[in-house]
Design a protein around this ligand. Structure first.
Ligand SMILES: [Zn+2]
Length: 456
């Protein structure tokens, strides 16, 4: 069974670790220790919504790196010529004397970070709990069932819409020295979190004690008889209850591979390819790349790539062919006149890899080299079980690959490429044959190899 909801918001809840009686005891203990005479007026459980985003943040950024070279160190007497040079520089730039600033260059870094962020989705400005921390990772999430949950406690309405939530997350990611970012496999969900409220009457004033139902701890005290106002639950918000659909091929009924990250599924029985959208499976046509050499069919493993025809618009110029690409990325061999007729294509692996830098390496090798090959219609070949990048995510990846192939010794160009406009064709899914060889899979188009361990 597959919990569906990619492209929509899934809702979950966390169960309370505390019972009403325990909350009462904890509240009494707290009040007694302060020597207050208090009256507990009521104990209630509320489920407070938090947005949760998981995904991978994949980015190119840079930092200043000091250039160190023996030639640039303080000149020695034996190094008179250089000293003169440095003094010359100093005279030019630093007439008041003082040490010269260190020479720096931009060093580019490709990083991938697993994101798991939560923040409050309800209008409760005085609530001290603003994010769930690790609570949503270490505890079992239950599917949100509004009816069952409202029998246990009050369900607090969501007041922030998902667009605002996305915005908040994207603007909250580190921006310093960022060249290009890609968020992939991203899933936005809601987690309803249990908080206990104890209403206390201490004669002169009333207050509310809040307890964390998961961490089993006191959270805060508020000068209010009721912290959670009694508004009609769910106003303006209809939580889409999670649905399940059987993971079976809509064509032949055969079982599809189980992987929670898959967006694309290939049927091992009839070899059709399915793209999941909401809770529907959509048939996705694909073709196979023909290997340049004859391969042993028993040793062939077909891996999915998205291929886009593309044009890069860079300051008035249009880069649209293999020939033009050399303006951005130097080629290993001299380009020929006929390369002008080879339209620029972007290659993005759609399959799941443990290490995203492997996907980037493959994407950049293929995109830089622009290999030529024939494609053919499938005829019952066994395919890789699925893919994690759908068309839209792959299109974003294409731009990141473009940044990856730009030589990092030219920071100005790198930054311009990162800002360049990219027009892409709708894209096609093509499976490339890889040959099983010891611990790796190897292709004959460029001769790259992938460790089998990275595919698991
Ligand atoms: Zn099938």
């Amino acid at each position: 069974m597959l919990a569906t909801g990619y492209g929509r918001i899934l809702s979950y809840s966390l169960a309370s670790n505390l019972k009403a009686e325990e909350v009462r005891r904890a509240a009494l203990g707290r009040l007694t220790s302060r020597g207050q005479k208090n009256d507990i007026r009521g104990i209630r459980l509320a489920f407070v919504p938090f947005y949760r985003l998981t995904g991978l943040d994949f980015s190119w950024s840079w930092k200043d790196k000091e250039i160190t070279s023996p030639l640039l160190e303080t000149p020695h007497a034996s190094n008179a010529a250089l000293r003169t040079l440095r003094f010359g520089e100093e005279a030019l730039k630093n007439p008041n004397g003082g040490p010269l600033p260190p020479l720096k260059e931009k060093e580019y870094l490709l990083t991938s970070i697993y994101l798991d962020r939560t923040f409050l989705a309800a209008d409760l400005p005085s609530l001290s709990l603003r994010s769930l921390g690790v609570r949503s990772q270490v505890r079992t999430l239950h599917l949100f069932d509004p009816e069952a949950l409202s029998r246990e406690g009050q369900v607090i309405p969501v007041t922030m819409d998902w667009k605002e939530a996305w915005n908040r997350i994207e603007t909250g990611l580190p921006l310093e020295n960022l060249t290009r970012r890609l968020l992939i496999n991203r899933i936005l969900s809601l987690v309803f979190f249990p908080l206990w409220e104890v209403q206390v009457d201490s004669g002169a004033r009333t207050s509310s004690l809040l307890f964390d139902g998961v961490a089993r701890s006191f959270l805060q005290e508020e000068a209010a008889s009721r912290f959670f106002s009694e508004s009609p639950a769910g106003s303006g918000f209809s939580a889409q209850t999670l649905r399940f659909r059987p993971l079976a091929c809509p064509n032949c009924g055969g079982g599809l591979p189980v992987d929670r990250d898959f967006r694309l599924f290939s049927c091992p029985t009839c070899h059709r390819l399915w793209h999941i959208k909401g809770d529907e499976f959509e048939n996705l046509p694909y073709r196979l790349a023909e290997a340049p050499k004859r391969l042993d069919p028993r040793q062939v493993h077909y891996l999915p790539f998205w291929i886009f025809l593309g044009q890069v618009h860079l300051e008035g110029r249009t880069i649209a062919s293999k020939y033009d690409l050399a303006q951005l990325a130097p080629q290993a061999r001299l380009l020929r006149e006929e390369d002008k007729a080879i339209p620029l294509r972007f290659f993005v692996p759609a399959f799941k890899v443990r290490d995203l830098s492997v996907a980037n390496r493959l994407s950049t090798s293929f995109t830089r080299m622009q290999p030529l090959f024939q494609v053919k219609e499938p005829s019952g070949e066994s395919l890789h079980p699925g893919g994690v990048l759908d068309r839209d995510e792959a299109a974003t990846f294409a731009h990141l690959s473009l940044v990856s192939i730009t030589p990092k010794g030219n920071p100005k160009l790198v930054e311009r490429v990162a800002q360049a406009e990219l027009t892409l064709s709708p894209g096609e899914l093509v499976f490339f044959p890889f040959q099983d060889h010891l611990n790796s899979l190897r292709e004959d188009f460029l001769g790259t190899a992938i460790h089998k361990a990275t595919l698991r």
